[in-house]
Design a protein around this ligand. Sequence first.
Ligand code: ZN
Length: 308
Amino acid sequence: MSFSIDVRQELARVIPGARCCRIAELSAFYELAGFLLGTDNQVLDFNNSSPVVARKILLLLKGLYPELSTQVLVSKSRSRRAQLCTVRVLGRAGAGQVYQDFKDQNVLGKLGIPRKKCCRRAYLRGAFLSSGSITNPERAYHLEISTEQTSLAEKILEIIASLGLEAGVTQRKGSLVVYIKDGSQIVTMLNLMGAHNNLLRFENVRVMKDMRNQVNRLVNCETANVDKTVKAAMDQIEDIQTIAATIGLEELPPKLQEVALVRLENPYASLQEIGELMTPKMSKSGVNYRFAQIREKTRQIDKLTTKY
Ligand SMILES: [Zn+2]
């Protein structure tokens, strides 16, 4: 099962206790995928592709309006193999009552934005359950809610911002997609919506990824150091070969001859290891100094050869 489905399954089981939050969440379901139908508004529909979410919508409705007459319809959507679940509120009075509550100024303030924080969280949960998705964190950090209505996209953006998060918006196939790409912000969003189990899963992946990145950085750093050592050794060997090919190694003072021979026999050894192989043993800086002298000698030779 995809991570997105898991999050939806979890959120579908979160039933807010307060009336205000129930109305706010239902209003999100209605605004993103609902319709008021019939010439006289006899029917109010909530659509969703998931039976678990449809069950939640039904529970929210029945909790608020026990007398409500409802119907659940399941149909195959034409374009995709996915099914479409419709929770239908029947009768003008019932549909009207639910619809009127979506205009309740005590719950939903200016532009329909929920007044209280608890209701904003509920609204986002409803919006996500209607048309949201989240990418598996192993692949990427991405959570989105899409809608065809500009005003709705703006509203969702504003609610997200009011909760201290930063979302972006982009267009895709005629829809507006409100998205969050930052890992820690997605964690906060999951927390606000109430997906606590999947939040932990998300965090575990994030910690593992972070650790892998750190290990990779260390390995790269180590490789860089090894590269430097190898490069230095190659330079030294080149110097020694230049001397051997021109004046001859035997022209070097015995101390330099010795270190040059040890280097030729141990091309991959570090300065410290070279020092260990000398008799008597030498410090790293001592070895380094001798190679500096060899380098100096090579420079003199280079000067001479370029002169003539
Ligand atoms: Zn509330």
